[in-house]
Each structure stands twice: as C-alpha cells, then as structure tokens.
Design a protein around this ligand. Structure first.
Ligand code: PMP
Length: 417
C-alpha cells in the first residue's frame, strides 16, 4: 500500500550553526572574480614562486614508490614526513625528533585540534589582537571566552598581558594564549626577544599553554635581521630551558603552505607527548590521517634540495613586493593610509586616516578594482576599525604601482563622499 508519510520539519541545526557567520576573508571571494579586480586581500603565496616543476618531480617520485602513497597512513603522520619536519624544527633551534611531531592537514587543523583538546565552553582564551580571523572563528565555535591582548610593531604587548593576568579573577584564568610571533597575520609584527622571554615566564607563572603559530618565520627579509636566522629564538626553545622535561607549555605550529604550496595541506605540531597524544586522538575522528600522498610528495620535495633555494627566492621577491607596496602607500598625497615596513611575512597593516570612514573606503576600493581585508575582520568584537590588511605576496612588483594608485583613488573618493 502506498501511503504518503506526514512531513515533520527536519531536526534543527545545532544552535551554534543556526546563523553562522562565515570567515570574513573567505566571504570576499565572490568579489575576486569581478573582471580586472586586483587583490591584496588573501594570504596566498605568489603563483610565480610555487615550484611546480620541483613538485611534479616529487609527485612522480612519491607515486613511483608502490602502493604506500595510495593507502591510509598512521594518524600521527608518516615516519619519513615526521622526521623531515623534526629536522625543520631543529634548523629553527628546537629540540625535536620524529615522535614529537604530529602531521596535520594544514596548520589550521592543528589549531582546531588544540581547541578540542584544551577548551570547554566558557574557558578563557587569550589572543593577540589584531588576530588571524580563522583563530577567532575556531574559538567562537568552541564558545570560548575570547580575551584580546594588544600588540604593536614589536608584537604582543607583554606588559599589558601581565597587567591583564594580575587583574583576572582566578576562575577566569586563561587556558591558552595564541600568538604569531614571526611576522604576524595581520600586523606583520616580529615579537622581540625580550618580550618572548617575558611571555614564556608569564605562561609558566599562570599555567597556561602558549600556541606559537609560525607559518611565516622562514620568510624573513635579509636586511632586517635580529639574529643570524632572521628571527629571535622560538618561544618553544626558550621555554625548554625553563620548564621541567615533558612540561613545555609551548605548542609550536608550522606549515608548508607559505613556503612550498598550500594545496599540499601539510601543517605540523611540535609538542610534549601528553598533549600530542590527545591531539592525535582528536584527529582520528576528523580525518583519520593527513593524505599520505601529500605527505610523500612533501617529504620527497624536502629531500630534493630545492626547498632552501625556493625559500630564498621567496624572501627576496616578497621583500621587493613589500617595498613597492609600502613606498607606494607612503607616497600617496596626504598619506590616507599609514604603515610601517614589516621585517618578513606577507602582510602590511595600515592605519586609515581618521577623516576617512572605513566602510566607505572599502566600497570605493571595490569600485576602483582593488581588494583588501578591512581591519574589523581581525578583532573579536568585529567592530569597525580605522585599519586594514594588505597582502603583498601575490601581486608582482610591477603591478603594485597600479594597485596602490587604485587605493589612492579610492581614498580620495571616500574622503570626499
Ligand atoms: N596560521 C596563520 C597565522 C595563517 O596566516 C594561516 C594561513 N593563512 C594558517 C595558520 C593556516 O595555514 P595552513 O592551514 O594552510 O597551514
């Protein structure tokens, strides 16, 4: 007998996803497809710097090794990949061997795993502000109590942090603090060695984890170095000298996205065993394992001898593009956008002159064919800010003048509107 079932409304979305706000950067994507649009918005590596030939060789080498690239792999990552990433950690001055590394599907996943493992709804998470928006989004979805810590050109303001911590009721003490010490996204700041020391000491004193997110550390510019490696010692290596063995409060995250290729989706976490094991368990239900094929291509690439020259080329080229952008912006009459030169990375943070309304500037910029990310995207409260983020990485130096001219015209239009 054919009876039509009565229709019951579908069960509701979970409250957090009832009206979800998407990533403010990803939601700019439709504007990108407008004809002639120039983008200083996304943190994309330059297409001309991606080593397609080297990666094609690495892929053919990986696939030539029989079925292992085609099979599932261990959740923690393939041993050869973990080993190659531990070597990267050592080159950055940290003690690491393969078992200390968890391979993740982009470093984005590494942060998501940490949030699952460390936070309950209502827990306090400290975040440098302005902050990488996907971090804010992950913390919002975890229903964390997000508390911003101000930063300046020298990175996270540790004096302000010390004051904040001293005033916090014990019940609200933070579980973790998130920072990008090297060429932060979006501010481009480099955390000074002195502040690194102070930050580690505060973490030990108050017992919170530090998430040291470092996708940009390799991209330092030759003429702006504090140390031989271009960046001060990592927070994790500093903490290793102060914390008992096995109790390092710093979790170090990095990625091959900005130096090799984002499409590989290879990120990694370096942490002490107790935390690493828990993150591996969390990862089991997320994706079982990071693509073994991608890991084999990445491992083969890192062993090919092409990595170091590729990164070196990127440093020089990004520095050229950054100069073209900053000098161009500072030459716009009346300086509607004010910025300083970052010492590495992919981003310039510019202050908008007080007489220009940020929203008008953005609309004018879209009309004039240039995209950037409005400053409000980088704050937990998403309130309007007189600032914006520009990425210089994906725009060739010879096209930068045109992008800057468009910004100049947009500023003129916005201030007379
Ligand atoms: N952290 C920061 C600060 C970033 O800027 C990005 C990428 N924009 C990521 C993490 C994520 O990178 P991926 O997942 O590609 O490794």
């Amino acid at each position: 007998m054919n009876t039509t079932p009565t229709l019951t409304p579908l069960a509701a979305f979970a409250p957090l996803f009832a009206e979800p706000a998407g990533s403010p950067i990803r939601e700019l994507f439709p504007l990108l497809s407008r004809p002639g649009m120039m983008s200083l918005a996304g943190g994309y590596p330059s297409a001309s710097l991606l080593d397609a030939e080297g990666l094609a060789q690495a892929a053919s080498h990986a696939l030539g090794q029989g079925i292992s690239a085609l099979q599932y792999g261990a959740t923690e990552g393939l041993p050869a990949m973990r080993d190659a990433l531990a070597q990267q950690a050592q080159a950055r001055g940290m003690t690491a061997s393969a078992p200390d590394v968890l391979v993740t599907t982009g470093s984005q996943q590494a942060f998501d795993l940490l949030v699952r493992v460390l936070l309950q709804p209502g827990d306090t998470a400290l975040v440098e502000v302005p902050a990488y928006p996907a971090t804010l989004q992950a913390l919002r979805l975890a229903q964390a109590n997000i508390v911003g810590v101000p930063m300046d050109a020298d990175g996270l303001h540790t004096d302000a942090l010390a004051e904040l911590l001293a005033q916090m009721p014990a019940a609200q003490r933070p579980k973790l603090l998130y920072t990008v010490p090297n060429f932060s996204n979006p501010r481009g700041s480099l955390l000074s060695a002195q502040r690194r020391q102070a930050l580690v000491q505060l973490a030990l004193q108050y017992g919170f984890w530090i998430v040291e997110d470092d996708p940009y550390g390799e991209l330092h510019f030759a003429h702006a170095q504090d140390t031989a490696s271009g960046t001060p010692a990592t927070l994790r290596s500093m903490a290793a000298h102060l914390a008992p063995a096995g109790r390092n409060p710093v979790v170090y995250l990095s990625s091959l996205s900005k130096t090799v290729a984002p499409a590989l989706r290879i990120g990694w976490m370096l942490a002490d065993q107790a935390l690493l094991r828990r993150c591996a368990v969390a990862k089991q239900t997320v994706d079982l394992c990071t693509s073994p094929m991608a890991q084999m291509v990445a491992t083969s690439y890192l062993h090919s001898g092409r990595y170091a020259p590729t990164v070196q080329r990127a440093r020089a080229e990004y520095q050229r593009r950054m100069h073209a952008l900053v000098q161009g912006l500072n030459a716009i009459p009346d300086q509607p956008l004010h910025c300083t030169m970052p010492a590495g990375g992919m981003f310039v943070w510019a202050d908008i002159a007080p007489h220009i309304a940020p929203q008008r500037l953005f609309e004018a910029a879209v009309q004039h064919g240039v995209l950037y990310v409005p400053g409000k995207a980088f704050y937990p409260d998403a309130a309007e800010r007189h600032a914006l983020r520009l990425s210089f990485a994906a725009t060739e130096a010879q096209d930068m003048a045109e992008a800057v001219q468009r910004l100049g015209r947009a500023a003129l239009q916005a201030q007379s509107a």
